[in-house]
Write a protein that binds this ligand. Sequence first.
Ligand SMILES: C[S@@+](CC[C@H](N)C(=O)[O-])C[C@H]1O[C@@H](n2cnc3c(N)ncnc32)[C@H](O)[C@@H]1O
Length: 250
Amino acid sequence: MSVQHAVQVAVNRALRPTGFQVVRGHSTDPAISPFLPARRTIKQAAKAGKSVGDFLDSYSAEPGATAATVDALLEIGHLTPDTVDRVCEIGPGSGRYTARVQAAVQPSWYEVYETASDWIRYLRGELPTLTFRPTDGHTLAPTPSASVDLVHTHKLLGYIPFVTALGYVDEMARVVRPGGVVAFDLITDDCLDDSTTKVWLTEPHRMSIYSVAPRAWLTDFLAQRNLELEGSRFVPLSGGRTELLVYRRR
Ligand SMILES: C[S@@+](CC[C@H](N)C(=O)[O-])C[C@H]1O[C@@H](n2cnc3c(N)ncnc32)[C@H](O)[C@@H]1O
């Protein structure tokens, strides 16, 4: 085993409970967070007799978490096939949210921004109608302004540097059409209840990958971009919770 491989194995052992793994050939851009390796995850899901999405739910959150989150998103945003035709998603990973949103609103256009080549390969096979946008890890540059009915992302913005998350939120506000919906989850200050704080203080090495967003400030930042908060829901996360925030553009 090379020194580089030994270091990778040690880092991955420490990261395992968080749902992240370092993979060879990954970008050195700090804005681009590594995800679980696709091949191993798919194999482990098959061994557990679960779909990849269900496997990830039990691995990094709790059973049923993805379905509950998508149900909340659809309900708060009043999203139906009549109101949504064009969707954009950032960091779909295994596509566990993608497949559910696609089935519920049946859009004619569903574009994704994803940085992990192994998951892109998997998604191309599983969800062949997706459009893969060139992804720089920071912007939604290929998407025209005011062009989508729904732009969303899950379990991404809390793991990347806050400045990158903010850049994506700014971009989401740009690409959504008036009347459309922007939805994402973040670890807001409201997520830090006593039990979460206790876990964070007990396992600081595991929690150092997360960043916390100031909720009131964020809502003000988005109000300046004509986005109004429609509702929110706490979502389970390994070591705590995130908050799904759903905004509508005026
Ligand atoms: C923690 S995973 C969450 C995946 C999926 N949304 C889910 O909840 O199962 C983050 C996803 O975003 C991708 N990603 C990481 N950094 C990114 C960036 N800067 N821009 C776009 N995607 C990114 C990862 O490859 C991964 O698929």
